[in-house]
Structures are given as C-alpha cells and as structure tokens.
Design a binder for this molecule. Sequence first.
Ligand SMILES: *Cc1c(COP(=O)(O)O)cnc(C)c1O
Length: 386
Amino acid sequence: MLPFIRPDLADFSAYKPHPGSDTTQLPVPNQKLDRLDTNESPYDLPPELKQKLACTYQQRIETNRYPDGAHQELKDAIAQYVNSSVNLLSSQFKAENISIGNGSDELIRSLLIASCLGGEGSILIAQPTFSMYAILAKTLGIPVVEVNRNEENFEIDLQAAQTAIEKTKPIPIKTVFVVHPNSPTANPLNAAELRWLKGLPENILVVVDEAYFEFSQNSLVNELIEKPNWVILRTFSKAFRLAAMRVGYCIAHPELITVLEKIRLPYNLPSFSIASALIAIQNKDILLASIPQTLVERDNLILALSVHPMLKVWKSSANFVYLQLEKNLINSHQNLLTFITQELKESGTLIRKLNKGLRITIGTPEENTCTISRLRTVLANLKSEP
Ligand SMILES: *Cc1c(COP(=O)(O)O)cnc(C)c1O
C-alpha cells in the first residue's frame, strides 16, 4: 500500500459494475447475455428521441464550452415533473427544491458530506439494501451502523433501529437511508416503518431513495412539505432509460439544497446528459408508456416462479423480483446460489446474486420467457447433481 494512502481504504473493495458481465470465460466466448442484473429498463431510447438528441448535439451543444453549471432549465423541468407525479400544484416544488447529481450516487455522497463527514455522524441502514450507501460512507471514513430486516416481509427491525439511534456512540447516527421500494427485496415502506421514520427527531436526516418510483407509483414527496430533515432521491437511470447518461436528482428543503449545491463540483453534469434528461422529461409519456407492460411481465414472472417447489418468491413493487431457495435447500446455500447464477449466465441470463437470495430484473417479454425456462432447467439439473 502506498504510504500516503489512508489505511482504512485498504480494507474494502470497490463497487463491481455489472459483476459477472465478463463473457470471455463462457463456453461460448462473448455470447450475448440478457442483462437482468442491474434493474435498468430493457428498452433503449426510441429512435426518434435519439434523433432529437443527436440534433441537439449537432446544433446546440458547443463542445468547447463548459456545460450549464446552474442546471436551471433542467431543475425547472424536474420540479414540474415532481409536482405532476404526485398531483401537487405546479407552484409547490420549484427549482430551489432540486439538486441534480451525476447519478443519484453523487447526491448520496453529497448528503454524506453535508451531514456526517469529519466525525459528525454515522449512518443507519437496514440490510439487505442498496450497497452504495455503505460503500460511499466508508470511503469518507463515516461509520455505518447496520440493522436487520424481518426474514418474512423484510420490514426493518425497528426496535434495533431505535436502539441504534439512541445508543450509538461516540459518533451518533445523523442520517438514515431507506429505499422505497427497497432493493433488492422490492418491498415498499410499510405503515410501521413510516411511523418510525416520521417520529425521528429533526436533527436526523432521513433519505428516502425513490429510484423505482415510476414503477411503484408510491411516493413520499408530500412528506417533504412538513419535514425539513427529509430528502427524496430519484434517478433517470431506471424508468427513464438513461442509465448511460448519469443523471439523478433530489428534492428537499431549499436550505439543504443550498448546501448540496455548495458541495457538488461546478460542472458535474455534461451538456449531453443535461440535454438527454430534458428530452426524457419532455417525452415522458412516450418513455413511461412501457411501464404497465413491465408490471404485467413482472407479475407473470412471479407467478411462474412461485409454483416451483425449490423457490420462494416475494411480491414486488418495482421492476425486479427477489427470490430465495426454499429452506430445505439451505445447507450449502451460498454454493447453490453461486451455482445457479453461473449456470444461468452460461445459458444466457445475467442476474444478481446476493447473500441470501437472487434478484432478477424484468426484461423484455422474450427475455422474461427465457428467464423462466432457463431457471427451470438449471434447477432441474441441480436436483440430479450428487
Ligand atoms: C439504481 C439505483 C439508483 C440509481 O443510481 P444512479 O446513480 O442514479 O444511476 C439509486 N438508488 C437505488 C436504490 C438504485 O437501485
């Protein structure tokens, strides 16, 4: 280790983008895979919108100039989208309530810097959840306190969470991260969790990540009106089909937004990303039109997999499903999950393996049909393994 590097950085590993997407070692090298491991939309931008974007690039973007560092036009458009997405008056949330990041990952880091950096606070998360909160906290030297979830319905262990809030020393919890609906378990916050979050004191920042809002249609944006200590994160990476462009945003009290704007790099969004997000919002009806089909496909996938005797599949409020192996198979659980994930990959479907289960993104109807048949085949082979 280089002598000038912080020693704590040696201990953890970087986030693996598309883990397992290396296809060079497959029986058929570089074979095309159904990429159902990162919860993106299976659909690219339609050609007419790509064409529009290309025109913007050709005619409006000057590559020698810095991008619009204030994001004014995009902030206005996002504020309007946020208001209409939850049927609020168009005057409710304005540009002053919005900060835009290079992906919501950047905003997660900015929120950590704003609330916890320099020994000011620890964060609380309930596992399993989105991995970036802990990864980014640790790179900033911010302690991470973890509590568990109920094994049946994935409700946060609220008693443990409350104890953590009251007892964590010497660096008390300053920020709580929740995803609504959670990844990888796909459950929305329930009434008890909401009651607990609403009861947290105002000196604790509550981050509600609504990355999957367009699929769940269940938002807590209304809570922000009363709560200066809440912030909602959203992204263009999922339903809006712009994962390649890296645009995320948050909605919060103007004073928190002012701080986030101080923290971010001045030109954090490339001009092309700003233009893409604007076009996506202007054409949201076209882009979001594929969602009802995705939800039908999701429910069909859940139905088809639930009847399998070796699988336990949960309901989902998002564009992915979470499943586990039935308890009687648990002996060599990790090995089995790894085996299944690897076999599926070799048959052409990439999914996400987690500690105790598997997460599968909803793809195109063709991809989902393949998921079902390939998973059945893998499980049938498993039975005949010694
Ligand atoms: C996919 C995802 C995001 C999106 O991150 P970006 O940096 O905006 O691409 C954020 N939060 C959760 C929980 C996600 O699953």
